[in-house]
Design a protein around this ligand. Sequence first.
Ligand SMILES: Nc1ncnc2c1ncn2[C@@H]1O[C@H](COP(=O)(O)OP(=O)(O)OP(=O)(O)O)[C@@H](O)[C@H]1O
Length: 245
Amino acid sequence: MLDIQNLSKRYGPFEALRGVTLQAQAGEVFGLLGPNGAGKTTLLRILATLLAPSSGQVRVAGYDVQQDPEAVRRNIGVVNGGMGLPARLTGREILESFAGFYGMNRAETRARTTELAERLDLGRALNVRASEYSTGMRQKVVIARAVLHDPAVLILDEAASGLDIFARRALLDWVNASRQPGKLTLYSTHVMSEAEEVCDRVAIVHRGELVTAGTLPEILSQAGQSNLERAFFALVQQREAACAP
Ligand SMILES: Nc1ncnc2c1ncn2[C@@H]1O[C@H](COP(=O)(O)OP(=O)(O)OP(=O)(O)O)[C@@H](O)[C@H]1O
């Protein structure tokens, strides 16, 4: 479902990603972990066809991000922490405008909107303008918009940042429930407890390089630690030490 081969990305002379090779399968929630500036957002923006790789190959849902970007876009949904919504539109209007973009008919859109309103507890958000939303309401509508077309790959980049505990809980429950045959969820965060709760496998990225990838038990055993936060520190510090001049 996700196949990344030897991916590199440069911003001018700066190499934000270096030789990243990584696979993730349908049916799993795959975590992308790394400190600030590690390259997580750069990686996810490449998967979402928003940035071009400098070198390497990336296939999402079976399509190459450079050769077939439109097919990739039809098969993904993207949520990040700071996404805006058109202030003057209600939640229902926002979802309807996206449904048009995905070629969904009215009956499909209505049925899916009702389903999402229930699953995400959208409450008043469907009938209220986005300018009146709380942060949690906004994020729930952003998620509903991202999954409206039932994408094969859902990309969540720091999606829980800024949410209160109720909205965060709704998000994490949604991610847990999204573990279905044929679906891949990519979950980028630097909050280890979130990754521990929802991810089947994780990759740790540091300074643009893949440090390790595996199931949570594999990562803990590799680091010789009892929880993911300790394992993350240990593995990142090992990598720092190895890079030190
Ligand atoms: N447009 C850009 N031009 C130059 N450098 C950039 C650009 N975007 C990102 N970078 C740099 O690339 C590196 C990786 O950034 P990126 O946003 O991918 O990291 P991240 O892991 O998502 O970090 P954070 O958790 O802070 O969002 C950082 O050093 C950042 O400063």
